[in-house]
Design a binder for this molecule. Structure first.
Ligand SMILES: [Zn+2]
Length: 1135
């Protein structure tokens, strides 16, 4: 029993005692900040002082270069948004401001300059140091105030320079549409203001309470408490009584805890001790999207300047930024700000993440390009800050190849972050934190933030989602809260402090601040028993969205192949000739530009038109400079040789000589090559003598070349009588036939009705079906250029090859041309076959090649090529970085249905036991395998954000490659490499004293060859990244890097043979960053092409692979090898 106390409960009651009307109490919160009541609600007291007249402030318009000043005032408009008459770019305007601060204002807690040009801007001091970013306008991302320091206020005046950029945070369109070129921006405010800080704090308190009330489940104690407190605040506040503000703030303490604000960042140390949500600032800055690269450079400066300012004011604040390219731009264009940021990196507050050059697309880049994304990124961070990232960071890329886990691990990163797969529009991805296991078995500890946005504007709702959307609570309950405004960078740190307060106790999870992304992953790793208690996801992370983006990528493919060749020939030349120095800086610069264009909104095709003007300029530059670097190196290897076809200006140089084919691939080839018959008559005539066929118009010769791996050979072979002959003819019934001894294709009534394997007598097209070009309607739901939706497949309309015409009749090369008029477009297709099989592998069949030139004028239509096959298998195989992956041909489940349009690189293959057919591609990346139909996607015609996507002239090629045996026993990957890397033709003049060119031959063995396994591809030969190029090897021995991968998905035991002349001193296995993992044993074997009796020996390295494994081998070679021309890598000898 406890002591009785008299009850205070009143005997009578005459009050109303109304129960609250909860929804009205909630709705009422909207009136507290609302503009309708702006003169009597909290809005009325937010500013103590405001000066906006020209007596105190003299903004001037400055043309940055000319230094001419024009007075401007509020209401002045900047524009137009695009200076399209000069060059397609958003315009910039420079403003100089002189601020005079009244001496009486020293007493105030804060004075700020409020500048709202209604677009983006950057405030500099007069020495050019960026101070703060501005996001004008009245959107949720608005940030228009620059807080003046106490020194400035004491001094009483300050001069500032502002760069006003005529674009909003999302460019000048509406997210999807193309930009408005004639948008103007008004100066809404240019005021010196004294904010009433306590009133602002009350507003932030109130907003946090309102969020709690809006976001938490109805009738939860905390939700009710927040709602009651917010209503009490409204009741307490009087706009004409400044003391009411502090009383109202005390009401908020009932929820946030007494004295919570004074605790500052110590608040994170309190509470239950178990932190589930790790907060870190980030703003996802798209390297280009609805704005060009140049605008991104400004966005980086604006956003990061603001972060440095926030770090001064909020010691717990940490911020992470990816993309070494953005850091490099900052270093080049804003060196003073870079130094400030660097200081914050070194103090541990500002974190480089991701280790990549840009946040690249990860479907389309080649394996080597993906490695370079990480090599260039990690090396940049290491060189500037002495650190590497531990976490791969691709929050926004449109799906992830199954090769990526291995690539990330090889770049010294165990962790991976994304969120994009949450955008799936058919299936919900089942995991938040998981082991992502790639095609080769490598794993990365992956977290896909349950908050669901790449850079969330942080609010109570996000903290809540961090827990509620976590799909692996049973194995790991931690979540990364990456907060901030995307593409502009704002923060709401104070709200996090309020939301982090432990006195709210139970419902909201605790948020921690002050850690890095890497620390978050390390904690997850530790708590999940090194990931062993986490679920696994195998293979690609397929994004069920943005599928329509894989098709306009010719510049990327051509540049990747060109840079591969540049590195190969430059490496050989650098080893051969002392006076030739490997052009490392030039090659790196080209790589950096190629990597830049692989940004996840550029390469996929989802950016505005002016981005593609930049991108095409970059591809042109890579082509031009890459060609020159190749030429410089080949001239070292084969002095005085000339590249064919001839360019203007070199005709006169051309004397007698021979034509050679250079094979940059590491497998041998025999094929028909087209040589344009241009040049002096004597040259053309000698070439005609070598040709096995001259085109009917006389403009081309067709010659046969046989070249060993990685070497060069003269084109002098003839078609022997046993070789199949290519033919093209029209049958009496009007059908057109292309055939040779192994394959025959028939076009009947404009469609491919028969594809016949002559060798085994098998028809590949099912009875009554046909293949050819096909048009689909293409009207996705929202993101025009990004998406293609599954319902487009219901709208297919086959096109006919109109009026076919036989162009070449063989025997080396036969072709049929068709010109198709479709609506406003014209499609010219040449279908051809040669006498030879696709590869030198026994039993190889021939390619049937399609070369298209298209004048494309369609809108919202999708051009594809399809072929139905009498081949049945539940999966089809697609080329990807460093390997391949299979995807279903059926649509059993919704996961299968979602894969109606998929990405592949050089081939897509449908095989069953004993037979298959591949489509080869040299520039397209979109494919589909639907039942027994194989398709390649050729052209789209979205109108937003680029209104002229794919419009006008396009040229591209693809091929059909039938093959005996299943894909695994086929020559498809080799044929696809050959299709993508044609031989280089060179004219080699006769040397003085050497008989006529006809008598010149060539010794040829590739200098580095792979023996013992045809499933291993030698992808890259380059010089080491850490070689001393300036001193020409004096300080250390040169190194050569080889990158090889297993291409089919099975084990391989190989021997790498390295020619004795390279002089290998040491060999090691390394990761991509060229850190040595283990030394390799050097073995030897007699050289292949040395005279009998000679004791020269090649170096042999034994290398084993598991399926899809990538190996990087670092060879340390002799510092200098004296080689004469006749002892060089490519020897031209008299026979
Ligand atoms: Zn993005």
């Amino acid at each position: 029993m406890h002591a009785e106390s008299p009850s205070q409960y009143a005997r009578t009651n005459f009050s109303v005692g109304s129960k609250w009307v909860k929804h009205l109490s909630k709705d009422r919160l909207g009136t507290f900040l609302d503009g309708r009541y702006g003169d009597v609600n909290l809005g009325a007291v937010l500013f103590t002082e405001r000066i906006d007249d020209s007596r105190h402030e003299q903004p001037s318009f400055e043309e940055a270069v000319k230094q001419e000043f024009v007075p401007i005032k509020k209401g002045t408009a900047f524009g137009p948004s695009c200076a399209c008459f000069i060059r397609s770019y958003f315009t910039n305007h420079w403003v100089k401001v002189h601020l005079k601060i009244p001496s009486s204002w020293v007493k105030y807690e804060r004075v700020q300059f409020e500048f709202d040009p209604s677009c983006e801007a950057l405030i500099f001091d007069t020495s050019g140091t960026p101070l703060h970013g501005i996001t004008g306008g009245y959107g949720g991302e608005r940030r228009v105030e620059y807080v003046l320091s106490p020194e400035i206020r004491r001094k009483g005046s300050v001069d500032l320079v502002i760069e006003v950029s005529c674009n909003g945070m999302f460019g000048n369109g509406d997210m999807v549409a193309s930009p408005d070129d004639n948008r103007w921006f008004n100066i809404n405010s240019a005021d010196l203001v004294v904010p009433n800080q306590e009133a602002w704090r009350l507003m932030w308190d109130f907003n946090t309470l309102r969020q709690l009330s809006d976001s938490l489940p109805g009738n939860h104690p905390l939700q009710n408490q927040a709602l009651i407190a917010a209503n009490k605040i409204i009741n307490t506040f009087r706009h004409d009584d400044s003391t009411s503000i502090s009383r109202a703030r005390q009401v908020a303490e009932q929820v946030f805890g007494e004295g919570w604000e004074k605790k500052g960042d110590r608040i994170y140390k309190e509470g239950r001790g178990v932190v589930q949500v790790w907060g870190i600032g980030h703003c996802h800055i798209d390297t280009a999207w609805l704005w060009p690269y140049s605008v991104t450079q400004q966005k980086v400066a604006r956003s990061w300047a603001t972060q440095v300012d926030l770090m001064e004011r909020f010691p717990e604040h940490r911020f992470c930024a990816s993309s070494a390219q953005q850091w490099k731009w900052l270093e080049q264009l804003y060196p003073k700000l870079f130094d400030k940021v660097k200081a914050k990196v070194l103090s541990g507050q500002f974190h480089p993440v991701g280790g990549s050059w840009v946040e690249n697309d990860s479907n389309m880049p080649s394996g080597e390009a993906l490695t370079r994304q990480l090599i260039f990124g990690q090396r940049f961070f290491q060189s500037r800050f002495g650190l590497r990232s531990k976490t791969g960071w691709l929050p926004d890329s449109f799906g992830f190849t199954g090769a990526l886990p291995q690539i990330i691990r090889e770049a010294d990163m165990p962790y991976f972050f994304t969120q994009k797969i949450s955008w799936n529009n058919i299936n919900s991805f089942p995991h938040t934190t998981f082991n992502w296991i790639g095609i080769d078995g490598s794993q990365v500890l992956t977290h896909m933030t349950p908050v669901g946005q790449s850079a969330s504007p942080t609010w109570v709702d996000d903290v809540k989602r961090a827990i509620e959307n976590n799909k692996n609570q049973e194995s790991n309950d931690k979540a990364l809260l990456v907060f901030g405004n995307g593409d502009g960078g704002g923060k709401r740190l104070r709200r996090i402090r309020a939301a982090a307060n432990e006195s709210r106790e139970t419902l909201l999870p605790l948020v921690s601040m002050g850690s890095s992304v890497d620390e978050f992953y390390a904690a997850v790793e530790k708590e999940t028993n090194e990931g062993k208690s986490l679920p696994n996801w195998h293979g690609e992370l397929y994004l069920e969205f943005h599928r329509g983006t894989c098709i306009i990528k010719k510049g990327n493919r051509k540049s990747e192949i060109l840079l591969r060749e540049v590195e190969l020939v430059a490496t050989l030349a650098s080893l051969q000739k002392h006076s030739y120095s490997y052009p490392k800086d030039d090659i790196d610069a080209l790589w950096e530009n190629l990597l830049l264009n692989q940004f996840h909104d550029v390469l996929p095709g989802s950016a505005i038109g002016m981005v593609y003007e930049d991108a095409e300029r970059i591809y042109d530059e890579i082509a031009r400079k890459g060609k020159k670097l190749t030429e410089d190196a080949i001239r070292v290897l084969i002095p005085s040789s000339i590249s064919l076809p001839l360019e203007d200006g070199v005709l006169s140089e051309l004397g007698k000589g021979r034509i050679f084919a250079v094979n940059t691939l590491h497998f041998s080839r025999k094929e028909v090559v087209t040589v344009p018959l241009i040049g002096p008559a004597v040259f053309v005539n000698s070439l005609k003598n070598e040709a096995v066929q001259v085109s009917r118009g006389g403009e081309n010769g067709y010659v046969i070349v046989e070249v060993e791996s990685g070497s060069m050979a003269p084109i002098s072979l003839s078609l022997d009588t046993h070789t199949s002959r290519a033919q093209a003819f029209e049958t009496p019934s009007g059908d057109f036939v292309l055939k040779n001894a192994n394959i025959e294709l028939k076009i009947s009534k404009g469609r491919i009705t028969s594809l016949y394997d002559v060798v085994i007598g098998r028809e590949l097209i099912p009875e009554g079906r046909d293949g050819g070009l096909i048009i689909f309607e293409d009207k996705p739901l929202f993101w025009d250029a990004w998406d293609v939706e599954w319902y487009h497949l219901q709208t297919g309309r086959p096109l006919q090859f109109e009026s076919p015409r036989i162009v070449e009749t063989g025997p080396a090369y036969a072709s049929i041309e068709s010109i198709i008029k479709y609506d406003k477009s014209t499609i010219k297709v040449i279908i051809s076959i040669t006498a030879l099989p696709a590869t030198e592998i026994a039993g190889s069949r021939s390619n049937i090649r399609f070369d298209a030139e298209v004048d494309w004028r369609q809108r919202h239509e999708f051009l594809k090529f399809e072929i139905p096959l009498d081949i049945h298998h539940p999966t089809a195989t697609f080329d990807t970085a460093f390997g391949n992956l299979t995807r279903p041909t059926h649509r059993n489940t919704s996961l299968d249905i979602a894969k109606f349009e998929v990405c592949g690189h050089k081939y897509a293959d449908l095989s069953e036991y004993g037979y298959g057919l591949a489509i080869l591609s040299e520039s397209k990346y979109g494919f589909a395998a639907e039942g027994d139909i194989l398709r390649i996607s050729l052209l789209r015609s979205a109108t937003a954000p680029d209104p002229i996507q794919d419009q006008g002239y396009n040229s591209f090629a693809w091929a059909l490659l039938p093959h005996a045996n299943h894909f695994y026993d086929s020559d498809v990957p080799l044929a696809a490499h050959l299709f993508n890397s044609p031989v280089h033709l060179r004219h080699v003049p006769d040397v003085v004293g050497v008989p006529a060119g006809i008598q010149m031959g060539l010794t040829h063995h590739g200098l580095i060859t792979v023996e013992g396994a045809r499933n291993v591809i030698l992808e890259t030969i380059k010089r080491g990244d850490d070689d001393d190029y300036s001193a020409r090897w004096r300080s250390r021995d040169p190194t050569v890097i080889l990158r090889l991968y297993e291409a089919y998905g099975g084990h391989a035991k190989t021997k790498i043979r390295i020619d004795s002349r390279i002089g290998v001193k040491k060999a090691a296995l390394t990761n991509f960053l060229e850190d040595v993992k283990s030394e390799l044993k050097l073995e030897t074997a007699p050289s292949l092409d040395r005279p009998v009796g000679s004791d020269t020996e090649d170096t042999i390295l034994s290398l084993n692979f598991r399926g899809f494994q990538v190996h990087t081998v670092k060879l340390t070679v002799a510092a200098h090898i004296a080689v004469s021309q006749l002892d060089g890598w490519i020897n031209i000898l008299r026979i």
